[in-house]
Design a protein around this ligand. Structure first.
Ligand code: CTP
Length: 404
């Protein structure tokens, strides 16, 4: 089941007056494009930075300001808004509004709505560095956190004052990730998962290596989906080019042997292992200490077998660990994948035909477990596939915990 948690969700976007106010327009737009219904509440100072019409044009709904609140009160008032909405996102949130929220003041439509709200609240602060660092602001932030408000920490960078420091509104992707996680059912909360991603790199000399085409995208999709659903995620990865999903513990590795060591350590207290990495089966027998210089002769590299990580996991795995592997096959997909499932002692294997990716980024997969028929899936984006895999593994984790 592909998941777009924003579809048909009702989001109240609270916008306060900051130099970052204009960035909220892009946030509103991203939410509307994801299928959410967005009601914008602007404070008076926000309306001095950006015209309400900008938001209205994007959300196709009247923008609520103090001036129009009495008119709007008849159908979408401050009490109903915070009760019927799925989430209240305040971005950017000034130090002043944060202080009011911490104190429980209700002196404008936004703070009144927040005080009456029963939905989850997410706050993305934006302010000058000294204001952010001030003990008063930090104490207010701590108070909000204690009350269950999710804070999207501001970032370091260039500030409107001309100085550099912490205080910039978090990037839109980080704010949307926080909102997505707030809206996603937390069925993996309290579970620990280990995910491997990317193709291993087997050194030839200090500047060259042997690797494969694996992008790491599947592993990162599983990690992101597990984080969204509340899991604690250890990501063992060779893929340097992909940003680490927020909240993941990243263990960067290079070779199959590095990855093996990291995996065997990480699985000790884990509930599930997702071996999405493409592990090289062979490595150069000798790694040259210096860069190999070309000569007129041919160059012969002798390769030796790498450890099979899943075979080693099989020897030492804790009884409750659910182990998931991948099989990319050019022929006899189901038969080969089934054999791997048996040989490597897996609970589930994701069989992908090679070439597996469609031009639009969709992948085709068949889920094969120890019991039951193989489950061929429609081609779908990797994030949707990641959620389906997590659904299947969640059932196995629960069974393992009941019997274990
Ligand atoms: N794998 C592993 N250690 C290896 C090779 C693969 O743990 N040295 C894992 C992969 O991460 C994947 C699964 O085993 O989850 C299957 O990988 P694949 O390369 O298809 O299997 P191989 O055992 O290498 O079989 P083949 O002979 O088809 O290469």
């Amino acid at each position: 089941m592909p998941r777009n948690v924003f579809a048909d969700k009702h989001i109240v976007l609270g916008v306060t007056g900051s130099i970052a106010t204009y960035k909220a327009v892009a946030l509103a737009s991203a939410l509307v494009q994801s299928g959410a219904h967005v009601d914008v509440i602007m404070t008076e100072s926000a309306t001095k930075m950006v015209q309400p019409l900008s938001f209205q044009a994007i959300t196709h709904r009247p923008v609520l300001t103090d001036m129009f609140s009495l008119m709007a009160e008849t159908d979408i008032g401050h009490v109903t808004l915070g009760k019927t909405a799925d989430a209240l996102l305040i971005a950017p949130a000034t130090a002043n509004t944060i202080a009011k929220l911490a104190l429980g003041l209700a002196d404008n439509l936004l703070t009144t709505t927040a005080l009456a709200a029963t939905c989850p609240i997410i706050v993305a602060p934006a302010m000058e560095t000294n204001m952010w660092r001030h003990p008063a602001t930090q104490a207010n932030i701590a108070t909000l956190r204690e009350r269950g408000v999710r804070i999207v920490e501001p970032e370091a960078g260039y500030l409107a004052s001309g100085a550099s420091g912490v205080g910039r509104l978090a990037a839109p992707e980080r704010i949307l990730t926080a909102l997505r996680r707030t809206l996603t059912p937390q069925d993996w909360a309290g579970r620990r998962v280990v995910v491997t991603a990317g193709g291993t790199r087997e050194a030839i000399d200090p500047v060259r290596f042997i690797s494969n085409h694996s992008s790491g995208a599947m592993g990162y999709a599983v990690a992101e989906a597990a984080l969204d659903r509340g899991a604690h995620v250890t990501l063992i990865s060779t893929a340097r080019h992909i940003p680490t999903p927020e909240g993941a513990t990243l263990i960067p590795v290079e070779s199959a042997r590095d990855m093996r060591e990291a995996v065997l350590n990480a699985i000790q207290d884990a509930d599930a292992l997702f071996m999405a990495a493409a592990v090289a089966d062979y490595r150069p027998a000798d790694v040259a200490a210096q860069k190999i210089k070309k000569s007129d002769d041919d160059l012969v590299l002798r390769l030796v077998r790498n450890p099979d990580i899943l075979a080693d996991v099989k020897q030492v795995r804790p009884a409750r660990l659910v182990v998931v592997g991948w099989a990319a096959e050019t022929d006899h997909l189901i038969e080969n994948a089934r054999q791997k499932l048996e040989r490597k002692g897996l609970d589930l294997i994701i069989a992908n035909p090679v070439p597996q990716s469609f031009g639009d980024g969709r992948v085709q997969a068949t889920l094969i477990s120890r019991h039951g028929e193989p489950r061929p899936l429609e081609p779908m984006p990797k994030d949707a596939l990641a959620h389906l895999i997590l659904d299947a593994v969640h059932t196995l984790v629960q069974q393992r915990n009941q019997t274990g």
